[in-house]
Write a protein that binds this ligand. Structure first.
Ligand SMILES: Nc1ncnc2c1ncn2[C@@H]1O[C@H](COP(=O)(O)OP(=O)(O)OP(=O)(O)O)[C@@H](O)[C@H]1O
Ligand SMILES: [Mg+2]
Length: 407
């Protein structure tokens, strides 16, 4: 490989690599943002929890103060109005020493329930509260200051705190769903745009080739009748070249429009392409075709299908450096699909590059464009509703490409 050619292939490889690096960076950033969001909400939740605990402790202390002291009416009014009453978010259940419910605050009880059901509901809520936090004890003292009884304040997180705890999860799920939809929409519009470029370019090429070809045909006819032209072989060669140009035009015009599919004998089509190819490749490459049965029909567009076989075989020839063997095996699968395996004994493809070979611009060749297999995949999948993939590949042993067509 010359220096220039190495640069060329590295450039296209770089393009593929750069794209996956950008994808990795985007995924990494998304994760970082998600983690940061969860982390900061956690901090806020912790701070709010501490504050709620403070409020509850103040609440308990105030209760303790009211029951253990002789309070003046104004003191009582202050405690009730400014301390006890403002707690309108934290659910609280107050019980006596033996666990009987004395009162509740911010616990929503369905008033349509019967008394028994209400009691049951309170028991359940109490259980929940016990699991969340230890209760706050309020000691009752006699005049001498001795404790003679206890009351307990059970509580749990306020609705606000609970919501805040779930919030980052909800937020992240919504963002994730939105991102997935945006990504699908974006890649769809991107592939639709690429599609238009492919189709437009192909159509235009076919169109532009049309005029010089008709002109050449007219010239050939003219020369055929020219008595003064002695070397008639020139005309035969010219006609072959025109046929080749017509084939190219047919391929471009087919890929530039919705191609017509006809039932064709697949082995016969492959045979025709191979015999055409054999004349143009090294004599040291042997190509064998086996088909069972010999007449396997599938709906294909002949000019495009020929292009597929030609591209895959040319790659196979390139992979073996001019000497080797290509086996083409055509058969019908049990599910009526048609299988075409093209096996070479060339240098194989690295396992990590198997997916890359179908990407536009991926090439390891000095004069390659990395478009052959992209075109092949497009023709098989978009135009024939089939499948193509690397079935098997071993370094320095060979590669098998498999095409699946609908029967
Ligand atoms: N049979 C094969 N054996 C080994 N490598 C292969 C084979 N077929 C394809 N490849 C690898 O896949 C790459 C892409 O193939 P593709 O046909 O798309 O482009 P290309 O042959 O490099 O250029 P061109 O656009 O001229 O076809 C090749 O450069 C080669 O590295
Ligand atoms: Mg190629």
């Amino acid at each position: 490989m010359t220096k220039e050619s190495q640069n060329l292939s590295h450039r296209s490889l770089d393009l593929v690599k750069r794209r996956s690096t950008i994808n990795l960076i985007v995924v990494f950033l998304a994760f970082a943002i998600a983690l940061a969001s969860v982390y900061f909400t956690r901090i806020i939740v912790e701070q709010l929890k501490e504050r709620e605990l403070g409020i509850i402790q103040l609440y308990a202390k105030s209760l303790e103060f009211t029951v253990n002291n002789e309070n003046s009416p104004s003191e009582l009014a202050f405690i009730v109005r400014d301390v006890l009453y403002p707690n309108n978010s934290i659910p609280v259940i107050q019980t006596n020493g033996v666990g009987q419910v004395l009162g509740t605050r911010n616990v929503e009880i369905d008033q349509s329930l019967s008394d028994v059901e209400k009691e049951e509901f309170l028991k359940e809520t109490l259980k929940e509260m016990k699991l969340e936090y230890d209760p706050i004890e309020i000691p009752f003292r006699n005049e001498k200051g001795e404790v003679f009884d206890y009351q307990y304040i059970y509580y749990k997180n306020s609705v606000l705190l609970n919501r805040l705890e779930y919030y980052p999860h909800v937020q992240l799920s919504v963002i994730a769903i939105f991102s997935i939809i945006a990504y699908i929409a974006f890649s769809y519009s991107k592939s639709a745009e690429q599609n238009r470029v492919w189709v437009g370019l192909a159509k235009e090429t076919a169109h532009q080739l049309g005029t010089p070809i008709s002109s050449l045909m007219a010239w050939v006819e003219y020369f055929k009748e020219d008595e003064s032209l002695h070397n008639k072989e020139i005309i035969d060669e010219l006609e072959k070249d025109i046929q080749r140009l017509e084939m190219i035009t047919a391929r471009f015009s087919n890929i530039g429009s919705v191609p017509v599919l006809n039932y064709e004998n697949v082995p016969a089509c492959v045979e025709a392409t191979v015999s055409y190819l054999k004349k143009r490749i090294s004599k040291k490459v042997e190509i064998n075709i086996s088909a069972k049965p010999s007449d396997i029909r599938a709906r294909i567009n002949k000019p495009l299908f020929d292009w597929v076989i030609e591209n895959i075989c040319k790659n196979a020839v390139d992979s073996m450096g001019g000497i080797g063997k290509i086996d083409i095996n055509i058969k019908r699968a049990i599910d009526d699909k048609i299988i075409i395996d093209i096996t070479d004994n060339g240098k194989g493809i690295q396992k990590s590059k198997i997916k890359d070979v179908f990407l536009p611009g991926y090439t390891t060749k000095a004069r390659g464009w990395g478009l052959g297999l992209t075109l092949v995949k497009r023709i098989i999948e978009k135009n024939h509703d089939g499948k193509i993939f690397v079935r098997n590949t071993e370094l320095n042993e060979g590669t098998t490409f498999r095409i699946l067509l609908k029967g």
